[in-house]
Design a protein around this ligand. Structure first.
Ligand code: AMP
Length: 528
């Protein structure tokens, strides 16, 4: 491993070989948490650079800038052991030059969304996140990495950078979050832990313990933020620890959650002796829900199926439910309109969803597996009119909401984020141009061995279907206000799935979800 002391040495090292740089920025005092980041950064054909820089602009007056642990030799050893190719120790003027270190002045180009720093550490450390944003911009400008690896331990920092650092939100470089690495008693590894006496270290273990107690309260049915926050405060205060905050927030927006409804993050900061320590825990009142909407032919079904498989969630194809009703109506030869006949048909229709070994949704009507039959062109042609019937929507929406009470779903349809699951953690609207969708539809029909009409006919059908979906009075097709629009023209399916997976991990931490998964609490099997 190479040790770099200044910008000239860094630039030479960067220029010495081609290929992407994976970058792990740190403030030193390296420990197993940092080492995990370095290991995650390693890969074939890439070079891993670790920086050690105690950034003065992120410390406030009276904070521990001068006493922050500085052990360059130990840092070099740890970085080397974890597989880094180089470690860089810049001095303050290497990073900032002669710039005035007043953040508000020097970083006027960078703006923090005020709402992201109104909670958690924001009010307790004025100027801190501005300093973090500023240093990250300087470091990335110089290093130009392809990937930056950071810890979920500092969830607010991660969120602020993801949303406010142009290199990340403009996707000039990827950000890889790494789960919190904890000591045996649950305390996250942290550079400041080394400043604790043995007695203080024992006290510090109460921090993750208090969060586990809050989780136990949630399992016992508690949903009030005030009660959960107070529980943590009381536990810590009674052990003599000074609590800055214990706060339940939405993990994406970092806005306070008055009640736990879905997924939330309970963040805590305490003072133990000379150190201020952070920890958090994800709390769930139900499994997460991802709602994917969009017009026909955007690759919704494939994307949803792959995403569900990757995340260990169930794939709820609500379009198939509408198709099943359309199939049933065609079978019954009833006219497609509201009225008594439709009511009767719905009342006598038992619609059952199960999931096969490969996560594929199997749909049965009155005991008959119609998974293939509902894909026939005559069903495709009928389904928009069936889906527009209020009685059909009512029955199916009710059934879908029942699934939503447990969560654990990636649901696809046309009104998932807007009408059926307005509380979904992640709402996505997939789009593509009509021409692109017609091409995809044609490829799909060829694969299914179906007769292929001219492309212009397919385009006209798709445009007509869009029009019907967008102008129907009941829950018309449109993106949810707080959803993400993802354009898929010219983008491979895997790439779309990667993007959605990254979005999911902005709502539910990677570390938490992989643990949760392994504990086998996800829904599997039949749901009716
Ligand atoms: P720091 O040196 O404290 O600024 O941390 C540098 C990077 O390491 C940040 O992205 C932190 O989130 C991450 N990090 C620090 N401690 C841990 C830990 N225990 N587990 C995972 N990541 C960590």
């Amino acid at each position: 491993m190479v040790i770099l002391h200044n910008n000239r040495e860094l630039d030479q090292w960067l220029a010495a070989a081609p290929g992407p740089i994976h970058f792990v920025p740190t403030m030193g005092g390296l420990h197993r948490g940092h080492q995990q980041l370095i290991r995650a950064a390693c890969g074939a054909g890439v070079r891993v650079l670790v920086s050690v820089f105690v950034n003065p602009t992120q410390f406030g007056p009276g904070e521990d800038f001068t006493t922050y642990p500085r052990h360059p030799d130990g840092d070099a050893q740890q970085a080397d052991a974890a597989g880094a190719d180089a470690i860089w120790f810049p001095a303050v003027d290497h990073v900032y030059g002669d710039a005035n270190l007043d953040c508000s002045h020097a970083s006027s180009r960078l703006r923090i969304k005020a709402s992201l720093i109104r909670t958690l550490c924001g009010p307790w450390r004025p100027g801190h996140f501005e300093g973090v944003l500023m240093v990250m911009e300087r470091l990335l400008e110089r290093v130009q990495p392809a990937l930056v690896v950071m810890g979920e331990k500092d969830w607010q920092q991660l969120t602020v950078l993801r949303r406010c650092l142009p290199a990340f939100y403009e996707k000039r470089c990827r950000l890889l979050p790494v789960p919190v690495v904890r000591e045996e008693d649950g305390l996250p590894y942290g550079s400041r832990n080394s400043r604790l006496s043995p007695a203080q270290r024992r006290q510090a273990a109460l921090l993750p313990q208090a969060l586990r107690d809050a989780e136990a309260a949630v399992h016992g049915g508690e949903r009030s933020a005030t009660v959960l926050e107070q529980l943590v405060r009381t536990r810590l205060n009674s052990a003599g620890l000074a609590v800055d905050y214990a706060q339940l927030v939405n993990p994406l927006t970092l806005q306070p959650c008055p009640r736990l409804d879905g997924v939330a993050l309970l963040g805590v900061a305490v003072h133990v002796g000379p150190a201020r320590l952070l920890d958090h825990r994800f709390l769930l009142s139900r499994q997460p829900i991802i709602a994917i909407d969009g017009p026909a032919g955007t690759g919704k079904s494939t994307v949803t199926r792959l995403l569900a498989a990757r995340l260990g969630l169930l794939h709820l194809d609500t379009g198939a439910m509408y198709r099943a009703v359309a199939w049933r109506m065609l079978e019954s030869r009833e006219p497609i309109r509201s009225g008594e006949a439709l009511q009767k048909l719905l009342e006598t229709m038992e619609l059952r969803l199960t999931w096969g070994d490969r996560g594929q949704q199997v749909i049965c009507i009155n005991g008959v597996d119609v998974s293939d039959a509902i894909r026939l062109p005559r069903v495709t042609a009928t389904v928009p009119r069936v889906a527009a019937l209020p009685e059909v929507r009512q029955v199916l929406t009710r059934q879908q909401r029942v699934f939503g009470q447990q969560g654990g779903l990636v649901s696809e349809g046309r009104d998932m984020g807007t009408a059926v699951f307005p509380h979904a953690e992640l709402k996505v609207y997939l789009t593509a141009t009509v021409a692109e969708r017609a091409r995809r539809r044609a490829a799909d029909m060829t694969q299914r061995g179906q007769a292929l009409p001219p492309l212009a006919t397919l385009e006209a059908q798709i445009a007509e279907r869009d029009h019907l979906d967008r102008t129907r009075t009941e829950a018309p097709l449109r993106p949810a206000e707080d959803g993400v629009v993802v354009a898929t023209d010219g983008v491979g399916i895997e790439q779309v799935v990667d993007e959605l997976e990254e979005l999911f991990y902005q709502h539910v931490s990677h570390g938490f979800w992989s643990m949760h998964h392994r504990s086998g609490r996800c829904l599997h099997g039949p749901v009716t």
